[in-house]
Ligand binder design. Structure first.
Ligand code: ATP
Length: 302
């Protein structure tokens, strides 16, 4: 259950179908409470995704009103493009992802808004919003169920062929096929233990199966070995193709191709631009880059 405890923020969407994996009722109630923090307005319509352009407009947010976390933050991810967010731990990067998925709403008075193709995400049904967004979280939640179930969870009614195709695309199929029980292998706390990289691949496969127009990738903070890391990055890149993607990056190698990189510090964007432009600027990003290249596989430490 420790594994389930860490990514609580990403669990909200999963609770309806959580089967035997959550036995701890207290945690379950916490999840339900979190769900109640955001509500569909009466008569909410479904989100209509055209290209999937995401805009944060003057967003302010605080978990606790006494401690503002995001201060007047604006950026756009044009349809089909990738924006990467980097910055020190606690800068507010994951908070952006939580707001886009509506685990929380922007502050009520003057808190700005988040739109997808021009629609305020608070005005549309949560179901339609969450159908449009796929998340590959830092710590993937695996149900104590078969690996096939864990991937198939991405889309109700997916066939075995579709599950395998997604696993192939995420480069986890051969690993699964090599297990004596194949896709029937039980994973999770009570089954086969998987490495961080294998779990992220399952999350990528699950997301590919869901096939959402918008993707959030919250890169793991813990360093994978460099071969694994390069492979995951390549898989992410192909998953992001043609989707509007928000990458919360801990390694700068992930962000070099991004349409725009946002460098965050204490809830503000302090630098923004393309990789080359930011390097040329010789500021914070350039210093992070130099530091990271001194210790190749290490996460960004500021
Ligand atoms: P990291 O790189 O370590 O994941 P981050 O930049 O993603 O960090 P966030 O997780 O967005 O940072 O957190 C921003 C700030 O909000 C931090 O100071 C954190 O302590 C605070 N915070 C995060 N989640 C909550 C919460 N559920 N309740 C109260 N404060 C929170």
């Amino acid at each position: 259950l420790i594994q389930l405890y860490i990514p609580l923020n990403f669990l909200g969407v999963l609770y309806r179908e959580v089967k035997q994996s959550i036995t701890d009722l207290d945690k379950m109630f916490k999840l339900l409470e979190r769900e109640r923090e955001v509500q569909d307005p009466p008569g909410a319509q479904d989100l209509q995704v055209r290209g999937g352009a995401v805009r944060f407009e003057n967003v302010r947010f605080a978990y606790d009103p006494a401690r503002p976390i995001l201060h007047d933050l604006s950026f756009e991810i044009p349809a089909g493009k990738t924006v990467a967010v980097v910055g020190a731990s606690g800068a507010g990067k994951s908070t952006l992802a939580r707001l886009l998925y509506r685990f929380y709403d922007v502050s009520e008075a003057g808190g700005g808004r988040i739109t997808i193709d021009g629609q305020d995400i608070r005005a549309v049904t949560q179901d339609s919003l969450r159908r449009a967004i796929g998340i590959v979280p830092q710590d993937t939640v695996l149900f104590n169920d078969t690996v096939g179930y864990n991937i198939g969870y991405g889309r109700t009614g997916a066939t075995q062929e579709e599950i395998e195709a997604a696993a192939r695309a995420a480069h986890i199929h051969s690993f699964i096929a090599a297990q004596p029980k194949g896709y029937e292998t039980t994973v999770g706390e009570r089954g086969l233990k998987l490495s961080g990289g294998e779990k992220q691949r399952i999350a990528i496969a699950r997301t590919l199966l869901k096939n959402p127009p918008i993707l959030i990738f919250d890169e793991a903070t813990s360093a994978l070995d460099s071969a694994n890391e390069r492979a995951i990055q390549a898989e992410l890149k192909s998953a992001a193709e043609g989707r509007t993607t928000l990458v919360i990056a801990h390694r700068l190698s992930t962000v070099v191709d991004a349409h725009e990189i946002l460098v965050m510090e204490a809830g503000r964007v302090v630098e923004r631009g393309h990789h080359e432009a930011l390097l040329a600027q010789g500021g914070r990003y350039a210093r992070m880059w130099t530091l990271q290249h001194r210790s190749e596989a290490a996460p960004v430490v500021l």
